[in-house]
Design a protein around this ligand. Structure first.
Ligand SMILES: Cc1cc2nc3c(=O)[nH]c(=O)nc-3n(C[C@H](O)[C@H](O)[C@H](O)COP(=O)(O)O)c2cc1C
Length: 316
């Protein structure tokens, strides 16, 4: 693997917050940077410091992070961009990919992709005044890959730092497969630096993608590393010993951290269970593991069941 290869931790809202990013990076090296989950759009006039709590510089000392905005109102976007520049950030990312119906129906995220004129009008105003670099994270389209194929050449006129493409349509949500042919066509239609994203779940499939797209040197991985936290390291040639023990220590640290931060066991268990949606894959059979964890209604039960998972995995 070329040393130019860069791995970026994908934003997974509800999981990859600053605490997760810090603890994860302490146990599982491999990522060069992370993209933060989007900041929920609110009017600049309603700004509360809580909105950017996840991005406070002191909470992000280990893994470099790029903040992400879902806003489509120019003034609100610029207000936050200035605020984040004040924190020392040199780049922010615009989310043009979120597929959640509640978001797309407001013409945000991938919901804006069928309206290229609105995207260009937004960028015309933002690029004039934004004090830091801007990148975009997007999908192939909301309804059709023709949407991004049409948009990409139009984006050449803006000095974007990069475009991250998740090779699905908004209407697919997370179902079906990534459309690698359309992703390949996108590469022909842009001058910008492109980051590949979508369904990197093993070193083998990463290598296949790398062979298929030799011009790509930045790769973003989300669910694949939540299911196998060692994946980014292994792609980079870092092989850790005593994996189950590592994972157990990571889990204990994360649990303790959220235990201190969140009030009440329902919040704590809810937060940990979001991770287990993916982490269960590490403890086959995944469905059975997930079902057991999902059922835990008290901290005590949760700790017992997870302890059993780690014990079983270390004897396998
Ligand atoms: C629960 C969940 C939350 C997500 N939150 C965000 C987000 O805040 N911003 C974003 O750009 N993408 C978000 N994504 C999309 C991922 O960053 C990524 O693009 C997608 O999962 C495909 O990559 P993967 O197959 O490597 O996971 C989210 C995905 C999931 C499943």
């Amino acid at each position: 693997m070329s040393s130019a290869t860069k791995l970026i931790l994908a934003p997974i809202r509800g999981i990859t917050d600053c605490h997760f990013r810090r603890i994860f990076h302490n146990y599982f090296p491999g990522f060069d940077s992370a993209l933060a989950p989007f900041i929920n759009p609110q009017r600049a006039s309603n700004f509360k410091p809580n909105q950017v709590k996840d991005l406070l510089p002191e909470a992000n000392l280990t893994l470099p992070v790029v903040p992400q905005l879902l806003h489509t109102n120019v003034q609100d976007f610029l207000f936050l961009a200035n605020r984040l520049a004040g924190f020392g950030y040199t780049e922010i990312n615009w989310n043009l990919g979120c597929p959640a119906p509640m978001v797309t129906k407001k013409k945000r995220g991938s919901g804006l992709l069928p309206y290229p004129d609105e995207i260009l009008a937004f960028l015309d105003q933002v690029m004039e005044k934004i004090p830091i670099k801007l990148s975009i994270k997007t999908r192939l389209g909301l309804e059709s890959p023709d949407e991004l194929l049409h948009l990409l050449p139009l984006l050449d006129q803006y000095p974007l730092s990069e475009i991250i493409i998740h090779g699905r349509l908004g209407k697919q949500l997370y179902k079906g497969t990534t459309d690698l042919d359309s992703f390949a066509r996108c590469l022909q239609r842009t001058k910008h630096s492109i980051v590949y994203n979508g369904d990197i779940t093993s070193t083998e499939n990463f290598k296949k993608l790398q062979t298929q797209f030799p011009e790509i040197d930045k790769w973003m991985i989300g669910r694949g590393v939540l299911s196998d936290p060692f994946l980014a390291g292994e792609i980079k040639g870092i092989y850790q010993q005593d994996k189950v023990h590592q994972l157990q220590c990571f889990h204990a640290d994360l649990f303790a951290c959220y235990g201190d931060l969140l009030s009440g066991q329902a919040h704590l268990l809810g937060r940990m269970k979001q991770l287990w949606v993916y982490l269960s894959v590490f403890f086959p059979p995944a469905q059975k593991t997930w079902k057991k964890i999902k059922k835990c209604s008290t901290e005590e039960k949760y700790l017992r069941v997870t302890k059993e998972c780690f014990a079983r995995a270390s004897t396998d």
